[in-house]
Design a protein around this ligand. Structure first.
Ligand SMILES: [Zn+2]
Length: 276
């Protein structure tokens, strides 16, 4: 398997996966979607009652939304993930919670105003500050306040979507566009019919310029004289795209997915060799 990046930003990637089978491409898609470890809020302790600030003004720790809705919103906030952290079940603390497996956050905000994801303050290392500061959580009025402690742990998306790193994961067969010079009449119908603008007229001759944009829809084949153009998809090469929520960079997510795949296939190989 080979990978060549076509586009790579911090949170998105588009690459050509070559020398692979459809099963391998699908295994990579599924691993990206559901297997990559991620940090997300799992438990929230909301402190109820009256709160008095330094000036003596009183607030009540209530909000217009049910606690469950606020907790769900907090869980979905993307948190920067350190892949050296452990799952609580595999940690030396046996799931009790320690620095190797959990991060504790607090929110202490008084109304009026909007409580944002940026109000989640990590107790300890500031590198765990939420990726995006401006995700609205709940709007509170003048006499209301939010005071809570939230514990984030590592998990995988196959358990809950809050642990999903990669989104919009998809791939297509690499397009193979062939123009038969003998049968092409130069009618340029393919240029007009292609929704992805793959073809270009170069000095009266039609050429396929941006082949990787082709969606294999076949509109050009229908518009052309019979046999002048063929569009097929390679079953060995794939154009892959995906995005991340910012908890991990696209490159880190891809490296981790390939690492998980090689570990699990390694285990299969070991089992096979044990069977002799
Ligand atoms: Zn631990």
């Amino acid at each position: 398997m080979k990978i060549k990046f076509l586009e790579l930003t911090n949170t998105s990637a588009r690459f050509v996966l070559s020398d692979a089978t459809p099963a391998e491409a699908n295994a990579l898609r599924r691993t990206l979607l559901s297997e990559i470890p991620k940090l997300a809020i799992d438990k929230v302790e909301i402190l109820l009652g009256n709160i008095r600030d330094e000036s003596g003004k009183e607030y009540e720790s209530v909000t217009p939304l049910f606690d469950e809705i606020i907790v769900h919103r907090l869980a979905m906030v993307p948190l920067p993930t350190d892949l050296s952290m452990k799952f609580p079940s595999e940690c030396g603390c046996k799931g009790e919670g320690c620095q190797s497996c959990s991060v504790i956050y607090t929110i202490n905000k008084k109304g009026p105003g909007m409580v944002y994801s940026g109000d989640l303050i990590p107790l300890g290392d500031p590198k765990f500050k939420p990726v995006d500061d401006l995700i609205p959580i709940v709007k509170i009025n003048e006499k209301q306040a939010v005071l809570l402690y939230a514990t984030a742990i590592m998990g995988r998306a196959k358990e809950h979507a809050k642990w999903q790193v990669a989104h919009a994961v998809g791939y297509k067969y690499y397009p193979d566009v062939k123009i038969n010079g003998e049968k092409c009449t130069g009618c340029t119908e393919c240029i007009n019919s292609c929704p992805k603008k793959v073809f270009e007229n170069q000095d009266g001759k039609v050429v396929a310029k941006t082949v990787d944009a082709c969606d294999l829809c076949g509109a050009c084949v229908e518009a052309c004289p019979k046999g002048a153009l063929s569009v097929t998809g390679s079953e060995k090469d794939f154009i892959f795209t995906f995005e991340t929520d910012g908890s991990l960079s696209a490159k880190a997510a891809l490296i981790k997915a390939l690492d998980i795949l090689s570990t699990s296939f390694g285990r299969v190989k070991d089992t096979l060799s044990m069977l002799g």
